[in-house]
Design a protein around this ligand. Structure first.
Ligand SMILES: *[C@@H]1O[C@H](CO)[C@@H](O)[C@H](O)[C@H]1NC(C)=O
Length: 148
């Protein structure tokens, strides 16, 4: 009896864990639908590369930084500047709860990313994008993806 229960629990935990990670082309479709292709001059390739290097497409990724701030969601948006987690000081430029940046529909993350990218630094706001995506061939990120 307990063994059956254990197996059931283990199975469901696995399903929940997997659900946090989006497939690449599924992400491409969501970003496309939300009009990110070409937004501020950045292609879907850039957005997908950004999401991969920041979160490996893990919608619910949370990462605590050494400075006491925390990064949230698929784009790892920082609580010090962009969202409020009610734990440390935040400018909250996106006027959003950090927890909302973990929602599977990505709407809050996308809206906040649009705001970030509209600043002078564009995608260079994200260190990982500068290191791993900027100026590199990126077309493989969309390989095999159909947008409709
Ligand atoms: C996604 O991120 C969360 C929070 O950081 C973590 O607990 C979970 O294991 C990650 N999921 C995958 C599939 O990597």
């Amino acid at each position: 009896m307990t063994r059956v229960l254990h197996i059931t629990v283990a199975c469901c935990l696995l399903v929940i864990n997997q659900a946090t990670r989006m497939h690449r082309c599924e992400l491409a479709r969501v970003l496309y639908k939300n009009e990110l292709d070409g937004y501020e001059g950045y292609s879907l390739n850039d957005w997908i590369c950004l999401a991969f290097v920041e979160s490996k497409f893990n919608v619910s990724k949370i990462n605590e930084n050494a400075d006491g701030s925390t990064d949230y969601g698929i784009f790892q948006i920082n609580s010090h500047y962009w969202c409020n987690n009610y734990q440390s000081h935040s400018e909250n430029y996106c006027h959003v709860d950090c927890e909302d940046l973990l929602e599977p529909d990505l709407i809050s993350s996308i809206n906040c990313a649009k705001k970030i990218i509209s600043g002078q630094r564009g995608m260079r706001n994200w260190l990982e994008w500068r290191l791993h995506c900027a100026g590199r061939p990126l077309s493989h990120w969309m390989t095999g993806c159909h947008l409709r």
